[in-house]
Design a protein around this ligand. Structure first.
Ligand code: NAP
Length: 491
């Protein structure tokens, strides 16, 4: 069995405390590997390594930084099948999605590598003669990155990819459920030529490692992806040091289906959006908002489609849905199923844990649908599992009102063939992402990704905006007139 230390200053080292923890398959309970369990002392060592490497990495030409990331992407492409299987084994998403996770990581690294030859600033005329004005992008410094477990390669490439490209040195804490994927990513970046100390990885629990990263005064910015409640804690602690924070938090994403929509397309979309990755995507379609005219037909087809989904070993290509991520996840999801029943929502599909062989060793829950009323907890709170709520509305205006009446604002979708309604929905849906006729999942790496309301605080990952989170703008004035010129001082 593999054992991994912390990755600090280019070395794999034991935790100061000597403690370890294990990564366990949610499918079979098999122990996949053992990891060092860091704490604040290890975070401090990682910060010192990042501080030592900072100057050299900052001066490393950006196109050369891009070459390292591109080399890592190329190596990941060669190993895509193996890495996809690792995702399925450690996190539980089915193999097609495991490989998709790796593909998203590759795509982003390839995209951001090109940023090394862009990193655009601006030039602009001065209001004075013989004077030149421009802006340049500079690294923030030492940044802390904290990621969730549901995208074990994609999100861990989005953050370090952009942070490293920006010239920052990094302290990275992966989610405790998926340290094997994180450790593997480190070896890939190391083999691609990343110098020691530039990326330091401290595995271990949120309360000891995550908080120590956020609170360490030398860490100048934190980029966090996770739940709203954890995000609030991170934000509050970082605020005490006026620290820059990028947030990508939870969602309660609606799919509206209007009476003129292509219903077959809408059914196919919602089945993938709601139950792909066992509903454990920030962008999962967790609410289906149906026009009353098509409600009965949609329910009938949705229930039939849901019951046909095959749940089981995520490495089996015939399987549609794998296990949920952990025992805690399973408990939270089953609790929400009870909440839905107690609120009076009608359970129309699923609703149970699967306990018989071959599901008896893992965390398998039936794909579950409730016919619900807007306002019930299962229609407003993020469940993050294969539990989906369907809501009936009378028209477009009510659909938009229901879609927007939640604290989240990540992704949203409307199925309609009415061009006017489609454009209105782009204006009206309160979300960082709007889909017209696909489900709420399917982001592409060259476009900005992020949410509004409690889902985010204005940063956007991926796309041309990714670099903004990890760079400072410096404004430069060059006066070549040979005399003191005073801006604004004139009649
Ligand atoms: P989580 O419990 O909030 O944890 C996320 C990460 O933060 C983990 O590494 C966790 O460490 C760490 N952490 C938790 N509390 C912390 C704190 N107070 N201070 C510092 N670090 C802390 O979320 P999760 O269960 O891993 O992931 C699911 C959530 O992420 C969902 O809400 C989902 O919607 C959201 N998500 C959002 C996006 C997006 O882009 N908007 C993408 C993916 C997922 P441990 O693992 O050690 O507990």
């Amino acid at each position: 069995m593999n054992e991994y230390g912390l990755y600090i200053d280019g070395q794999w080292t034991a935790a100061t405390s000597g403690r370890t923890f294990q990564s366990i398959s949610p499918t079979s309970g098999e122990i996949l590997a053992t990891f060092a369990e860091g704490d604040g002392n290890d975070v401090e060592k990682a910060v010192q390594a990042a501080a030592k490497a900072r100057k050299e990495w900052r001066c490393f030409p950006a196109p050369k930084r891009g070459e390292i990331l591109l080399e890592a992407a190329t190596n990941m492409r060669k190993r895509k099948k193996e890495l996809g299987e690792m995702v399925s084994r450690e996190m539980g998403k089915v193999i097609s999605e495991g490989k998709g996770d790796v593909q998203e990581a590759i795509g982003f690294l390839e995209y951001i590598a090109g940023e090394g030859r862009r990193m655009f600033g601006q030039t602009t005329p001065s209001e004075l003669p013989g004077k030149f004005c421009m802006t340049v992008r500079q690294p923030v410094g030492i940044v802390g990155l904290i990621t969730p477990w549901n995208f074990p390669f994609a999100v861990p490439c989005w953050k370090p990819g952009a942070a490293l490209m920006g010239g920052n040195t990094v302290i990275y804490k992966p989610a405790s459920l998926v340290p094997l994927c994180a450790a593997t990513l480190v070896t890939i970046l190391e083999e691609a030529g990343l110098p020691p100390g530039v990326l330091n990885v401290v595995t271990g629990p949120a309360g000891r490692v995550g908080r120590a990263i956020v609170e360490n005064p030398a860490v100048e910015a934190v980029s966090f992806t996770g739940s709203v409640s954890s995000g609030k804690d991170v934000y509050a602690r970082a605020a005490a040091q006026i620290k820059r924070v990028g947030h990508e938090l939870g969602g309660k994403n609606p799919q509206i289906v209007m009476d003129d929509a292509d219903l077959s397309l809408a059914i196919e979309g919602v089945l993938f959006g709601a139950f792909g990755t066992a509903g454990q995507r920030c962008t999962a379609t967790s609410r289906l908002i149906l026009h009353e005219v098509i409600f009965d037909e949609m329910i009938e087809r949705l229930v039939a489609g849901t019951k046909a989904l095959k749940i089981g070993d995520p490495l089996d290509p015939a399987i549609d849905i794998g296990p949920v991520g952990s025992e805690d996840q399973e408990k939270k999801i089953l609790d929400y199923i009870d909440i839905g029943k107690n609120e009076g929502a009608e359970l129309i599909a699923g609703g149970h844990k699967l306990t018989e062989s071959p599901h008896d060793k893992g965390f398998f829950i039936e794909s579950t649908i409730f016919a619900a009323r807007h306002g019930m907890r299962i229609t407003t709170e993020e469940i993050f599992g294969p539990v989906h709520a369907v809501i009936k509305v009378i028209d477009y205006d009510e659909a938009i009102r229901v879609a927007n009446d939640v604290e989240y604002g990540l992704s949203s979708a409307i199925y309609t063939n009415n061009l006017r309604l489609a454009h209105r929905a782009v204006d009206d849906l309160e979300a960082g992402i709007v889909y017209i006729n696909p489900p709420t999942i399917g982001a592409e790496v060259h476009l900005p990704f992020g949410g509004i309301k409690n889902t985010g605080n204005g940063t956007r990952e991926a796309g041309s905006t990714a670099i903004e989170e990890f760079t400072e703008i410096k404004t430069v004035f060059i006066d070549y007139s040979g005399k003191l010129q005073k801006a604004q001082i004139r009649d």
